[in-house]
Design a protein around this ligand. Structure first.
Ligand code: 13P
Ligand code: 13P
Ligand code: MG
Ligand code: MG
Length: 360
């Protein structure tokens, strides 16, 4: 999965149908040429999402270049001519340099041997940062109160290894669960800095991958939120699809929302509510889930995972939490802390007041 916000309609709300059309044609051509095996182009709010299958492995230049060119073409052919909002927002450099990581787009790649049947779930968030996946990924692969299979299925008793990236120093560590669970939580409880990048079963089977791009850290300024994506494989020696979804029943607080500067609840929503209705205070932050079967590298599906009315109560709670958080107005902890606000325009405001402070 490679994704980017390359401009949107009515502020940061949604992509334009012509952007999807251009991206789909681009992917169709790549499939005809054999660069990719299959694709599914969609969007989460204002983020254009390219779901691709291919046989060239992770970090392959041809695939990254394909995605980069696709985003450029959508920007040049649609976003700019239509004067869409923040045209090319996430494309932080002019020329492609071998890998889109570090250039703005979000990337989640998972290389695996297809099992006899391989359910793969794709999660796409809007108005938040990659650390938003920390809590649900922990629950899916390490919390027996969420995932019954951790107790019932002997295949899961070996546990899972989490690769955690420190997005500030660009270093990574691998931690085993359950044996190193406390160490893992000591890191990932700071989601702005420590981000789960990969999860493998104890025998090495690839289970999940998440995008880790922090746009503000690359650009040195606030350009838009990262709006991360995540790939999770399910069933048969892995958590069941329903166990994966159960991790999203709690609309936990994440950073993002208005101007990328506020904490709000992560609300699981249907594809339609993800794509066309990201509006209240530019949010609240939300996640959409699409379920596929990967079959001979073809994407069969998708199903709209959070369209189930059983998630209505979560959405209602998210609405209540959104009201509660909004009542804080410009006060923390609704507004993010100073270390995150450093990348926004707030420091300019504070600079204006600097000379007016008197010694006491
Ligand atoms: P079905 O009986 O509907 O196949 O469901 C099996 C199952 O294990 C669900 O978690
Ligand atoms: P996006 O990251 O979705 O572009 O949103 C940016 C923003 O500032 C919303 O208020
Ligand atoms: Mg945007
Ligand atoms: Mg977005």
């Amino acid at each position: 999965m490679i994704k980017a916000d390359v401009g949107s309609v009515s502020g940061h709300t949604t992509v334009h149908p012509q952007q999807l059309e251009v991206a789909r044609q681009f992917m169709e051509d790549a499939r005809a040429k054999g660069t990719i095996s299959d694709y599914y182009v969609t969007h989460a709010g204002d983020d254009l999402e390219l779901i691709m299958t291919h046989t060239m492995g992770e970090d392959h230049t041809s695939i990254h270049e394909l995605a980069w060119k696709c985003f450029k073409e959508v920007t040049d052919k649609v976003s700019k001519p239509l004067k869409l909002y923040a045209a090319g927002q996430d494309l932080l450099s002019e020329a492609f340099s071998g890998n889109v990581k570090g250039m703005g787009p979000g990337v989640a790649e998972l290389e695996f041997m297809e099992r006899e049947s391989d359910p793969v779930m794709i999660f796409m968030a809007d108005k938040t940062e990659p650390g938003a996946w920390n809590l649900p990924l922990f629950k899916i692969f390490a919390d027996p109160f969420n995932t019954a299979g951790l107790i019932i299925d002997p295949g899961l008793h070996g546990g899972f290894n989490f690769t955690v990236l420190d997005v500030v120093d660009n270093i990574a560590v691998s931690l085993k669960c359950p044996s190193e669970m406390y160490d893992l939580l000591a890191l990932i409880g700071t989601p702005g800095r420590y981000v789960i990048e990969k999860v493998h079963r104890s025998d090495g089977l690839p289970a999940a991958a998440a995008s880790t791009t922090r746009l503000s850290l690359i650009a040195g300024r606030y350009v838009g939120k990262d709006d991360p994506v995540c790939i999770v494989r399910a069933q048969h020696g892995l958590p069941a699809a329903g166990e994966v979804l159960e991790a999203f029943i709690f609309p936990h607080l994440v950073a993002g929302w208005m101007r990328g500067s506020h904490h709000g609840p992560l609300m699981p929503v249907s594809a339609d509510d993800s794509q066309n209705r990201v509006s209240r205070f530019d949010g609240p932050p939300r996640v959409v889930g699409l379920g596929f079967q990967v079959s001979d590298a073809k994407l069969i599906g998708p199903t709209d995972l959070f369209a189930d009315p059983a998630f209505d109560r979560t959405r209602e709670t998210a609405g209540m939490v959104a009201d509660y958080m909004r009542l804080h107005g410009p006060f923390m902890p609704h507004r993010l802390g100073p270390e995150e606000m450093e990348y926004t325009t707030l420091p300019e405001v504070l600079k204006k007041l600097k000379d007016r402070f008197k010694k006491v």
